[in-house]
Write a protein that binds this ligand. Structure first.
Ligand code: ZN
Length: 514
């Protein structure tokens, strides 16, 4: 959609000519900040005194563009905030990083004041000593020092890709492998039934060498189901472990919601509290000594960042990582590999111009847009689709034998009776149902039902999710190969859309295996 624009390529020079690892590292930090300052220099004036900008309605307004958000992975966050990689880039932790305690945000005014009062070139020792006291690295001129209204410590945002998928959930999976044994989890993976929208790990999950964020997300879908009922060694109770895993998984899914309310933010905090209250099980099992790693601590900052900057999809590095392909790899592939940077920039500029011209041509050919009509809210309903003709017509005995649905006849009678007599109470219902006869002997059988499930948050612009339910008896393919039976499990959430917050209470079983 071209919502993000590439401003500059930053040098990744190794600085091999410099002697000493620490001076090389310091020089590369200073180089980064100097480059960023150059790239963002227009903001120094525009943010302060404003700049005239034309908006879509044709009006010109004075705007103050400022640095509001900095999205990056943990090493980048530490680089921009001049902090150590073992610490929280946003603040000074009140306890250890593994505790459920939010840190104190670093005071940007104190830091800016000190940056003003020392001359890092003339007073390098004093400057370094002061930086050491503040817990930041003695970078010459951090780029945000010059930007009006910028608070880099507030601007550092959560990052679902590196902090959750490639961070906490990655650790969680490895802890669970230590707790139960990788082979046990792999075996359970293989036993899981096939399911639409859920990846089937037919070789287990331990054999992967480099796991992508997407694969971690797929593993998370089955993780809780995998560990339920597995005994722990030394007769430890697995309840605490289940609570810890549930806490992290709930947090993972709530953190990715496309819109939030106070309630969902409270649920997020509650999920994190559940994890912290139960995490000691990993120490009891001897898997961890502590939880002092910055990615776990970073989860404490999610709710405040969402309140400030909106939902996490606004600043997930998944999108910017993907742009490495479009804006760097593809651009490099278009060059002759000699003195490639000017060629890459020229290529990108042309591509942008072509896209913009293309949009313009399409807009001109499309003619004037009709005046916007009042948009009626989309009617949301779960849609169900089955084939026009059934796969087979079968007697109740056949269904009992081939589909294992022993109570199908009674269940169907109860269903039809209830449809015909909606007001009848349960006890009267039971009395009459035994006398309720079905005057047909065969029923049509469909092997597949497609279900489109509406967006859980009822957003009108979101697409419905397709799910497929398979009900297939054992059969033979045309090639003679035996096809195993497949009976999917279906959970139906009958609560009102605005009450949906997961599955709670007693599950009601509709029919048996069908
Ligand atoms: Zn923190």
């Amino acid at each position: 959609m071209h919502a993000q624009v590439l401003f500059a390529y930053l040098p990744v020079a190794r600085l091999d000519h410099m002697v000493g690892e620490s001076s090389r590292r310091r020089a590369s930090q200073n180089l980064f900040h100097a480059c960023m300052r150059r790239v963002l220099q227009p903001l120094e004036k525009a943010g302060g005194v404003g700049v005239r900008m034309k908006s879509g309605d044709g009006l010109v307004r004075r705007c103050h563009p400022i640095l509001a958000v900095y999205a990056g992975d943990h090493p980048e966050q530490c680089l921009v905030s001049c902090t150590k990689t073992s610490e929280c880039p946003k603040g000074v932790p009140a306890g250890s990083l593994g505790e459920n305690v939010l840190c104190h945000l670093r005071d940007i005014n104190d830091i800016l004041e000190a940056l003003e009062s020392y001359d890092p070139v003339k007073q390098p020792r004093e400057y370094a000593a002061w930086c050491g006291g503040m817990g930041i690295k003695p970078v010459l001129n951090p780029f945000w020092k010059f930007l009006p209204y910028a608070n880099i410590y507030q601007s550092i945002t959560p990052d679902v890709l590196h902090q959750l998928h490639q961070g906490v959930t990655k650790h969680l999976i490895s802890w669970l492998q230590s707790a139960f044994g990788a082979s046990e989890l792999d075996h359970r993976c293989r036993c899981l039934p096939l399911n639409h929208n859920v990846r089937h790990f037919s070789k287990g999950i331990s054999g992967f060498s480099r796991i992508s964020g997407k694969e971690h997300a797929e593993m998370c879908k089955v993780l809780l189901g995998l560990i339920i009922g597995v005994p722990l060694r030394d007769n430890c109770s697995s309840d605490k472990l289940l609570c810890a895993v549930r806490g992290i998984l709930d947090f993972l899914y709530l953190a990715q919601l496309p819109s939030h309310t106070d309630k969902t933010l409270d649920d997020m905090s509650a999920a994190l509290n559940t994890f912290h209250a139960s995490k000691s099980i990993f120490i009891e099992l001897g898997i961890r000594d502590d939880f002092n790693f910055p990615k776990l601590h970073s989860l404490l900052h999610y709710t405040s960042s969402i309140k400030l900057f909106g939902t996490t999809d606004n600043y997930n590095t998944e999108h910017s990582e993907r742009l490495h392909i479009d804006l760097a790899k593809d651009a490099y592939a278009a060059t002759n590999r000699k003195d490639e940077l000017p060629q890459m920039v020229a290529w990108l500029e042309r591509m942008e111009k072509i896209t913009r011209f293309d949009d313009f041509v399409r807009w001109r050919l499309g003619g004037r847009l009709p005046p916007p009509e009042e948009i009626s809210p989309r009617v949301h309903r779960t849609r169900i689709q089955i084939a026009r003709y059934p796969t087979a017509s079968m007697t109740f005995d056949d269904i009992r034998r081939d589909y294992g649905a022993g109570n199908f006849r009674q269940a169907l009678s109860r269903f039809l009776f209830h449809r015909a007599n909606p007001g009848v109470t349960q006890s009267e219902h039971q009395d009459t149902i035994s006398r309720f006869n079905l005057d047909f002997a065969r029923v049509p059988v469909f092997q597949k039902v497609k279900v489109w499930i509406q967006d859980a948050q009822g957003r009108s612009e979101a697409d419905d999710t397709l799910d497929v339910v398979h009900v297939r008896r054992r059969s033979k393919a045309k090639s003679g190969r035996k096809l195993p039976a497949r009976f999917d499990t279906v959970l139906v959430n009958t609560s009102e859309p605005d009450e949906r917050g997961g599955v709670q209470g007693e599950p009601r079983i509709f029919g048996e295996r069908v």
